[in-house]
Design a protein around this ligand. Sequence first.
Ligand code: GRF
Length: 205
Amino acid sequence: MSNRVPLAVLVSGGGTNLQSIIEATRDPKYSADVAVVISDRPGVKALDRAREAGLPTVVVDWSDYDDRGAFTNEVCDAAEDHGAEGLVLAGFMRILAPAAIDRFPGRIVNIHPALLPAFPGAHAVDDALAYGVTITGVTIHFVDEQVDHGPIIYQEALAVMPGEEREALQARIQAVEHRMFPVAIDALARGRLHIEGRMVRWEQA
Ligand code: GRF
């Protein structure tokens, strides 16, 4: 337990990815721990999930801020106050200011429900369906100064079934997310992810 790397998980909504991370931490061999769950809004299911798991929670309410920098500093302070050494963006719907990258260099990861660089932004599943793509997927990546842009840690493609509804596609995307985000976070915590320019090299276990 003591060798585990403490991380802050940032959420805005349902928290199903948070749940998959919480469940992964139940394995004694897992290398990361959730030090704190930080939400940009009150009253979301993700906060309930955190409390049910006995994890500390902090709400840094976006609506209280008119400045992205001040909001970012508060989020980073809350993470550091709980001993977090990195940030995991798990359905976090806010863009952090570049100051976050200075404070957690190479230690901020995000999950995105499309194959970046296709369909960045907050409506990736809808955008992919509206475009009519027949392949979409999941991207796990480091966060850099641009939105949905940093070096790619892992991608997995999914075929879009003919006539598939949004809910069905999203469920299949989330199944991939819940399987792979904990794996990527474990690799990050073990120091096995090496950023080499745009590429991320996975060091063998
Ligand atoms: C996920 O699909 C993630 O890719 C996107 O937001 C969704 C969050 O879902 N960034 P949840 O809150 O983890 O259930």
